[in-house]
Design a protein around this ligand. Structure first.
Ligand code: MIC
Ligand code: SF4
Length: 641
């Protein structure tokens, strides 16, 4: 039987397990990346492992999220990251050098290699034919130490692309169309391979937009073949030696084939407050726009920026609109300057921000009250922009630029703009903002500099055979990690200070939660389906653990979050009978019995006033041991691998 692209890569990296759907496989990881908002915790965890140098082929620490320095906190964390990276053999991409996924694609991604990153959009590198996963910081720390990364062998879907995109229709519209069809849960437990004759019409940055937004489907990861377009991209980056062709076999087997004719697509838009709330742009043409933001790891490549510059050229942004542009990397920005496109952008009245995540994670540029913000980003969850009552829409760079000019949501195909600047063949390569680590000899005496904002890692408790705990919070479906542990300019600087962070846990849903959870001692959270979707932030597990949460009961979970819960020593239980959800209410006391044998047989009995039910836990033996030890760090310290 033929193999898919993922199967070919997994086979070469398989350390344990069999490549059978639903089975756990352990993978050797070639490369890791971290960003600063999750990286500080990941390196603190790495340090506790006592390993003198990372064991991967390449590890890079990026600073791109917490770049607003409104006090000492972020600056201290940058200094910590720079010094810890230098000591342990990790390259350090300086603040301002760009967004981790964009820079990694340009400078480090290699087809056929494995990558994990402490950021949910790490599958962006799938645009280059890498097998890349978003993971919690602890999993990245283990991989840096040479340990395996575990995934459950997913189902595989193939999206069969035919035709070619029409002018002003973009790769982003492909992502939005797939989200419209499959929803934010449609990719859970699925690996998406993009193939078919339409693939060769898409450049690597366009492919990367598509693999980036696979995260919004909840997919395990997404991948494109490595072909002539890949070779061209790597050659332009001066890295042709990194090229290897990669494709699936003709007779490879998929669980589902989805056909998509690129030539039939039109500009699409995701409405508030979910990336799958998608309609055609033309349906919203009378909606007035207050703000437009262009950038993020989804849409900040040179190709995207050149399209935007071509649309803006010689025109002025509508008076009621504030337009921001954040190029994805210093390479993109310098090339925009060299070819004059930056001038077109500046003269239109746009505000050019630094090469970083910026508004995407609420690091500045929040919209006005009840403002309509059009963003080329990947997430529009309530409050993520920093303005709770804002209405955020997700669009392509073309739709964003067109709407900035008219002041209303505008379908770019209705514009009379022909101009597109060709993407140059030679890229300006300058890696001076990526600092190389110290040599083994120099590293021995090197100091790691820590600021006072770095607080002790919270301690989790091992499981006994019984647990009596209060149901301290009941929430609905599709709870995101932005609900559990919000981000934004005010809170993000405290990612290495769990006690401080804990005051904001579930702030969007219930401000009283932290106090109530602390007062209850041991606590349980009840969630709906797709609990924990979105970010890879392990803080969405570590903070509840710090507040006493021992177990989350839900109808279903998102992949990275469930791994983070287990790593933090929190038991994830899936309701076998969804009707039980309606019978449970906040402040009930729940009793979990025979936990150990329940874990082994995959089902735990829960009792509460007049109600007994079972909840399933599909845990591997390794995961059972991690939970019984009280989390991955305890397990690793006890000698577990
Ligand atoms: C996000 O887009 O939500 C983030 C911020 O990049 C997160 C990581 C984090 O919370 O630090 C992600 O996607 O994993
Ligand atoms: Fe940064 Fe936004 Fe991408 Fe997350 S989604 S890595 S915050 S640009």
């Amino acid at each position: 039987m033929g193999k898919t692209i993922a199967e070919k890569i997994i086979e070469k990296h398989l350390l344990a397990g069999t490549m059978q759907q639903g089975q756990e496989v352990a993978l050797r990881i070639d490369q890791t990346l971290t960003q600063d908002a999750t990286g500080t915790m990941a390196y603190l965890e790495f340090e506790t492992m006592g390993i003198p140098r990372v064991k991967t082929e390449l590890s890079v620490a990026y600073v791109d999220h917490n770049t607003l320095q409104c006090g000492f906190e972020n600056a201290d964390d940058h200094r910590y990251l720079q010094t810890v990276a230098a000591k342990y053999g990790v390259r350090f991409s300086r603040p301002g050098n760009g967004i981790c996924h964009q820079v990694h694609l340009e400078r480090f991604g290699v087809p056929g290699k494995t990558l994990i990153g402490s950021d949910s959009h790490t599958p962006t590198a799938g645009g280059l034919g890498m097998l890349a996963f978003g993971a919690g910081g602890m999993d990245v720390a283990i991989a840096m130490g040479g340990g395996a990364y575990y995934i459950t062998m997913p189902k595989q879907y193939k999206v069969n692309l035919t035709g070619a995109l029409r002018p002003h229709v973009a790769a982003k519209d492909v992502s939005l169309e797939i989200l419209r069809r499959l929803s934010v849960k449609g990719g859970v437990g699925v690996l998406v391979e993009w193939g078919g004759p339409g693939v060769e019409t898409l450049t690597v940055p366009e492919r990367a937009t598509i693999t980036n937004m696979g995260a919004e489907l909840g997919a395990t990861t997404s991948i494109f073949p490595s072909d002539e377009q890949t070779r061209l991209f790597l050659r332009n980056q001066g890295r042709e030696a990194d090229y290897t062709p990669l494709s699936s076999d003709e007779d490879a087997v998929y669980d589902r084939i989805i056909d998509l004719d690129l030539s039939t697509l039109e500009p699409m838009i995701a409405c508030p407050h979910s990336p799958d709330n998608v309609v055609a742009v033309k349906e919203l043409k009378d909606v007035k726009v207050d703000q437009v933001c262009i950038g993020s790891c989804t849409n900040s490549s040179l190709r995207d920026m050149l399209r935007v510059a071509a649309i803006l050229r010689g025109k002025t942004v509508a008076p009621g609109v504030s337009l921001s542009i954040s190029p994805g990397s210093r390479q993109v920005l310098t090339m925009l300057a060299d070819c004059g496109a930056l001038n077109d952008i500046l003269k239109s009245g746009a505000r050019v921000l630094e090469c970083a995540c910026g508004p995407c994670i609420g690091m500045g540029f929040s919209p006005n009250s009840q403002g309509v913000s059009l963003r080329t980003f990947n997430r529009n969850f309530t409050g993520r922009s920093g303005t709770k009552d804002a209405n955020v829409y997700l669009v392509s760079p073309e739709t964003a630029a067109a709407s900035a000019l008219t002041g209303y949501i505008t379908d770019p195909t209705t514009l009379q703009v022909q101009a597109t600047r060709e993407v140059p063949q030679e890229f300006s390569v300058d890696d001076t903002a990526v600092l190389m680590p110290l040599s083994v000899e120099e590293a021995k005496d090197a100091q790691v500099l820590r600021g006072p904002n770095i607080k002790e890692f919270p301690k989790s408790k091992p499981f006994a055979d019984e647990l009596t705990a209060q149901l301290v919070l009941k929430v609905g479906d599709n709870i995101t990690t932005d609900h559990i542990m919000p981000a934004g300019a005010k809170i993000l600087p405290y990612r290495s200070n769990i006690p401080h962070l804990s005051q904001f846990c579930f702030e969007v849903c219930d401000k009283e939660f932290p106090e109530r959870a602390k007062a209850a001692g041991d606590g349980i959270i009840l969630g709906g389906s797709n609990y924990g979707q979105g970010s890879s932030r392990e803080h969405a597990a570590l903070v509840p653990m710090y507040l006493g949460i021992r177990c989350v009961l839900a109808k279903s979970f998102a992949r990275i979050h469930v791994a983070n819960l287990i790593n933090a020593g929190i038991l994830p239980l899936t309701l076998e009978d969804p009707e039980v959800y309606d019978k449970l209410s906040q402040s009930m006391t729940l009793q979990l019995t025979d936990i150990k044998s329940g874990m082994e047989k995959g089902s735990i009995t829960v009792k509460t006033d007049g109600l007994t039910f079972t909840a399933s836990c599909n845990l591997t033996q390794r995961q059972q041991k991690i939970l019984l030890a009280g989390g991955l760090l305890n397990y690793t310290k006890d000698g577990g691998i």
